[in-house]
Design a protein around this ligand. Sequence first.
Ligand code: 3SL
Length: 241
Amino acid sequence: MPSIDVCYSPELLHLYELEGKAVVAVDVLRATSTMVTAFAHGATDIIPVMQLEECRAYAQQGCLTAAERNGIKAEGFDLGNSPFAYMHAGIKGKTIAITTTNGTRAIRLSEAAKEIVVGSFLNLQAVADHLEELQLDVIVVCAGWKGKFNLEDTLYAGALAERLQAKFAFENDATLASLYLYHAAKEDMVTFLRQSSHVQRLENLEIHKDIEFCLQHDVYDVLPVWKQNRLVDLRVEEFKS
Ligand code: 3SL
């Protein structure tokens, strides 16, 4: 039976062996939820990068560019990090280069894995089904905030563990703790997360509706996976072939 483990921060990745495993990279608020939404609205691929300048340079290749730092859209880019900014026809058929404070970093630091899947509550079941098919050991890499633990990505890890618990072994207490927290939170995650640091940060920026949107489960059947230095929606790729 394959296993599922949880890494609470990209800064802890040195403790984990990624080779031969599947990573689920998650930044529920908001980077990975936004990427899933972009694919659901027809983006063809997404290039997550770590640095603002690197991201800006992709404009010359005809890409849309997206950047967020500290919750705010960075100046001079086409898009920020709100999923609502990606819900329009102009996204269809586009390549989007994106850099965010934590989410894109979690993806890029997971490159040693055999497979990287982008997870969010919005595509929870699509990811769970894919992992069941893959039959690889799984590590959920929580983006956290600037290297520190956060509650919302941990709740996602718990939700995924709940969906997989009959078919995956729990490797350590991080998975169990995530599951217990999710059980405590799942009836009303908006209220559960109200005191959490990133929800407070977003509330201070008056970004209320993104929080509620990103906490919805199973809205999109979208499966972003890392292929040749970019993310593509595997559901669309499978349909093409
Ligand atoms: O840190 C990140 O990658 C972002 O998702 C943070 S924010 O939600 O845009 O503030």
